[in-house]
Design a protein around this ligand. Structure first.
Ligand code: S3P
Length: 172
């Protein structure tokens, strides 16, 4: 499969809680490709956590940093790259991704996403009076854009490894 990719990267997109980082790490291992996580890289380059970036710099600055970091990472050559949930909303990022790789939307339903985001309290966008309604709104607003990805893979409440198998099967 890795050879069939012809030197392209695999870029995972989709909502928070879709499993982009967990699936991406395992997919990289299976394909023998390095794995990079855009959120982790943003935190490293800002030397702050994502909630701290949102709190001190605001979302707009986070988004421009996110765009720069993803553009830089894509230059590293073939890899599996997990992006933050909002990254693919940026048209320039979508262009950079399509120039350097294959985008895969990890698609999950509301219940799955809600269950998963509840386990981690580090998503500033969900710090609202009604996180469930916020999540629903984000899903609705973003799905048409995620659907622009090259490939869609369902990521329901199944083990991440079976999502990895599904991706490999689609790429083969
Ligand atoms: C965001 C998703 C997060 C992180 C930030 C904003 C979003 O990444 O980039 O909190 O806009 O959906 P994950 O999708 O990895 O949670």
């Amino acid at each position: 499969v890795a050879t069939a990719l012809g030197g392209q990267s695999i870029v995972l997109v989709g909502m928070m809680g879709a499993g982009k980082s967990s699936v991406g790490r395992r997919l990289g291992q299976r394909l023998g490709l390095p794995f990079a996580d855009a959120d982790t890289e943003i935190e490293a380059s800002a030397n702050m956590t994502i909630p701290e970036i949102f709190a001190t710099r605001g979302e707009a600055e986070f988004r421009s940093g996110e765009q720069r970091v993803i553009a830089r990472l894509l230059k590293n050559g073939p890899q599996v790259l997990a992006t933050g949930g909002g990254a693919f909303m940026n048209a320039e990022t979508r262009e950079a991704v399509s120039a350097g790789g294959i985008s895969i939307w990890l698609k999950a339903d509301f219940d799955t996403l809600m269950r998963r985001v509840k386990r981690r309290q580090d998503r500033p966008l969900l710090k609202t009076p009604d996180p469930a309604a916020t999540l629903r709104g984000l899903i609705e607003a973003r799905e048409p854009t995620y659907a622009l990805a090259d490939i869609t893979v369902e990521s329901r409440d199944v083990p991440h490894m079976s999502v990895v198998d599904d991706i490999i099967a689609v790429l083969a």
